[in-house]
Design a binder for this molecule. Structure first.
Ligand code: LLP
Length: 427
């Protein structure tokens, strides 16, 4: 069941007509359903009911809207963050610091300090030097930083090459063959409380076999670490579960995933962490847009919409499919290319696709855009950042404003071009 559905021939988000939202905030705009967020959050938790000790951390990169994070915090989801900016988002949404895990291959010293000072629950270390730096920073503060070692298990997640992270040639984690020796060294550092492992092999994964292979390798490593006397009591199994973007192409079976995890980790005796992003948020959001023109072309029709690759980058970046639908479907279809206004051919949402017949001025939407939609927006072509609206039953609220490009970029002339600005010279 979707929270975006037709009522009386018109698309609604829960009980709110999308046309009302377009009238209030304009287009393009992201619209999120609180009900859909809660439903997927509950489904994921229920799927893991066979795992006795667990912490669920929403991957903030999928959707950093504080309003979205708050809905999920109310479902007892913490946050998986990858930057100081995401730390601010999570804290300002009211997620408690000890419910935050910090992943990422390029954390800076100021970011590590901010996370230490906030008292976050865990750091996932991606390389030895990072562990050494974190140990020094924590020791300077009279602390020991809680940390897990992220392992690269050398498993191909069989997903899009740009979002696969668990092969040895990827930049993420410690090659699994080096992990034992590195764990020895990092566990001995005075400023670290190293107490487990982390793994994440990619995103939009629908085949559970590679996940199972990776988790079994982690299980072997846990046993080897314990044999050497190491403490392993938290294991972060990452995110990665895929969703259905296209009719006929199902998403991951969360319940089968839960069963597999319960079985593989049965004798681990550890608290498991999970970092789902897409699975929680993707279906809970749409990108609302307006048809600018229906343009005849030499080969095919172009439906030119007011949303573009700067608003929703996934089709241009990963050739991703997002279903398109009219807000007031006429019951007819035609075949068209759906394109945005940006000045490159990559700004194409769909090629020769059979879609609802639309005409100039019609409202339409791209589905399954609640994850990696707004969070990947840019101001390319000096376009504004689209606003975001959260719907909950018959209520809706603007949870981020449309921001013109010049307010995002804060550009200015060089001082010497501007008579009023002080000019600085090198000696
Ligand atoms: N944990 C870590 C360490 C990650 O790197 C990621 C995603 C996640 C969790 C959440 O993965 P999810 O459950 O959402 O699959 N922009 C791309 C997706 C990039 C994913 C990056 N890492 C896209 O639009 O498909």
């Amino acid at each position: 069941m979707s929270s975006f559905h037709l009522v009386g021939g018109e698309m609604h988000a829960e009980a709110v007509p999308l046309a009302a939202i377009a009238a209030a905030v304009g287009t393009p705009a992201y619209v999120y359903s609180a009900e859909a967020l809660r439903r997927s959050a509950q489904r994921f938790r229920a799927a893991l009911s066979g795992v006795p000790r667990k912490q669920l951390m929403f991957a903030v990169k999928a959707n950093p809207s504080p309003a979205v994070l708050r809905v999920l915090a109310d479902q007892n989801y913490g946050a998986d963050i990858v930057s100081g900016g995401e730390l601010d988002c999570a804290l300002s949404a009211g997620i408690s610091a000890n419910h935050i895990v910090y992943s990422g291959v390029g954390k800076t010293a100021p970011e590590l300090i901010a996370a230490l000072d906030a008292g976050i629950g865990r750091f996932n270390l991606e390389l030895e030097r990072e562990g050494q730096l974190l140990s020094v920073l924590a020791s300077q503060r009279g602390r020991r930083a809680p940390a897990l070692l992220r392992v690269n298990p050398d498993v191909d997640a069989s997903t899009h090459a740009k979002i696969t992270t668990g092969r040895l040639d990827s930049k993420f984690g410690i090659p699994i063959d080096d992990a034992l020796a590195m764990y020895d060294r990092l566990a001995a550092l005075p400023g670290l409380d190293l107490h487990g492992l982390a793994v994440h092999i990619g995103s939009q994964i629908t085949d559970l076999a590679p996940l199972e292979t990776a988790y079994r390798k982690i299980g072997d490593l846990i046993r080897a670490l314990r044999q050497k006397g190491h403490r392993v009591y938290h294991v972060d199994l990452g995110g990665g579960l895929g969703v259905s973007y296209r009719p006929g192409q199902p998403g991951a079976d969360a319940e089968a995933y839960g069963d597999m995890v319960a079985e593989v980790t049965r004798d681990w005796d550890a608290t498991l962490l999970f970092e789902p992003g897409r699975f929680i948020a993707a279906e809970a959001g749409i990108l609302l847009t307006r048809v600018l023109w229906v343009k005849p072309g030499a080969r095919h029709l172009f439906v030119v919409v007011d949303a573009a690759m700067n608003d929703l980058a996934r089709p241009a970046m990963y050739d991703a499919w997002h279903e398109f639908a009219a807000v007031r479907p006429m019951g007819e279809t035609f075949v068209a290319n759906i394109v945005g206004p940006i000045c490159e051919t990559g700004d194409t949402f769909a090629r020769e696709r059979e879609i609802d017949r639309v005409q100039e001025g019609d409202l339409a939407l791209f589905k399954t855009a609640g994850a990696y939609g707004a969070s990947m927006a840019s101001t390319y072509n000096c376009r504004a950042i689209a606003p975001e609206v959260l719907v909950d039953d018959n209520r809706y609220a603007t949870v981020s404003e449309r921001v013109p490009a010049h307010q995002v970029r804060k550009q200015r002339l060089a001082s010497w071009m501007d008579d009023d600005a002080p000019s600085i010279r090198a000696a």
